[in-house]
Ligand binder design. Structure first.
Ligand code: COA
Length: 352
């Protein structure tokens, strides 16, 4: 059951007219082709771990505001496990989650990372739900964070206009099936045949064992934008439809739909194809760009902060990312009340 939520973006907002001149792009093109008006990029020296920490602190504060069993909670509730979803870890090894747990003062809890690119949040949510369901943990902190701006090649205006930085965090705890906040089902999938459609070729064991085959440019995104676009539409549509069938919801039952914020045209195409009734989709890509794994919790925090999510609403999440990976989740919206946002985006919500 979901009991805490927060989203953060770094302070530096980059409008379309502030993008590098070498990209020879313009506000009209970027808005028309992607729906993005502004994205946030970190300042030099700020890492994925820094954004993850900010989101986690706020999500735990939020969770702490929900007194368990009617008691006043004065300290954050214990967390048994920490899962970080990212494809931009601060370093190849070790995983980010143990250090995050340490920085949060959570003690020697289980902590590990999940790498499923832009599907990472849904995969991490499924992992957390499984760990709770198996009785391994009672309360799990899930943090999704990306610093994608560091993966943009200086000459790549295709990826450059799309990708951005941000973090989102949720706290999950054991709960009763069907109560507000409960997650009713998941659909997860992958197709490694498409691993080259969107990748960062260098920086891994392959490049280290054959350095002559790689160049510094291979440390950046390489994306076949049009192919990725088509796969994203197809996979998020099919995964959503499969999950709706599995949980027994009709399209009319979906009160709110939150897809990975990849491109506004992708979002419209998916909603049309499922097909969802008008007015159910939540989107904030115009203000944040594509923040990878962080995009769904950021959109949720944004929507909750703007009172677009209400207790008990049926919410469908769907995502698609490099790998290729995709994943969807169906949940009942918990009882959360908004508190102020960070740099005008997201903002934590408090259990009320
Ligand atoms: N500004 C201006 N023109 C641009 C441009 C930019 N930022 N990026 C590409 N173009 C140009 C290209 O040079 C090309 O020009 P040409 O026809 O003269 O050769 C034209 O626009 C079409 O290029 P293409 O790459 O086919 O554009 P597109 O419409 O597919 O848009 C993306 C590019 C990246 C915005 C789009 O493919 C996309 O969003 N794909 C999905 C990306 C995504 O979601 N990735 C993450 C998934 S998790």
């Amino acid at each position: 059951m979901l009991e805490g939520l927060a989203g953060v973006v770094p302070p530096r907002a980059v409008g379309n007219n502030e993008l590098p001149a070498a990209w020879e792009t313009d506000d009209a093109w970027v808005r028309r082709r992607t729906g993005i008006g502004v994205r946030h990029w970190v300042a030099p020296g700020v890492s994925t771990g820094d954004l993850a920490l900010q989101a986690a602190v706020r999500a735990l504060d939020v969770a702490a505001a929900a007194p368990p069993d009617g008691l006043d909670a004065v300290t954050p509730p214990p967390v048994d496990a920490v899962i970080v979803a990212t494809s931009t870890p601060d370093r190849p090894m070790p995983a980010m989650a143990p250090q995050l747990a340490h920085r949060l003062g959570l003690g020697q809890v289980a902590a590990w990372d999940v790498a499923a690119a832009c599907s990472g949040f849904v995969y991490a949510l499924a992992t957390a739900a499984g760990v709770i369901g198996a009785g391994i943990a009672h309360r799990v902190l899930v943090v999704a964070a990306e610093v994608y701006s560091t993966l943009i090649a200086p000459d790549d205006r295709g990826a450059g206009v799309v990708f951005a930085d941000g973090a989102g965090a949720v706290v999950l705890r054991r709960g009763e099936h069907g109560e507000p906040g409960s997650i009713l089902g998941f659909d997860l999938g992958s197709d490694g045949a498409g691993h080259e459609l969107i990748e960062v070729p260098g920086g891994g064991a392959l490049a280290r064992s054959a350095p002559d085959r790689y160049t510094p440019a291979d440390l950046h995104f390489r994306m076949r934008g049009r192919d990725v676009f088509q796969h994203a539409v197809t996979r998020m549509t099919l995964s959503s439809q499969v999950l709706l069938k599995n949980v027994g919801w009709s399209v009319d039952d979906v009160d709110r739909f939150v897809a990975h914020q990849a491109n506004a045209r992708i979002l419209s195409a998916v909603a049309d194809r499922i097909p969802l009734p008008a007015g159910r989709q939540i989107a904030n890509i115009d203000r944040v760009g594509n923040t990878g794994a962080a995009s769904i919790p950021l959109a949720l925090a944004d929507a909750a902060g703007n009172s677009r999510l209400h207790t008990g609403q049926r919410v469908l999440l769907t995502s698609f990312g490099a790998g290729l990976t995709w994943g969807s989740a169906a949940l009942l919206w918990p009882h959360l009340a908004p508190v102020p946002s960070v740099h005008g985006v997201g903002g934590p919500v408090r259990s009320a």
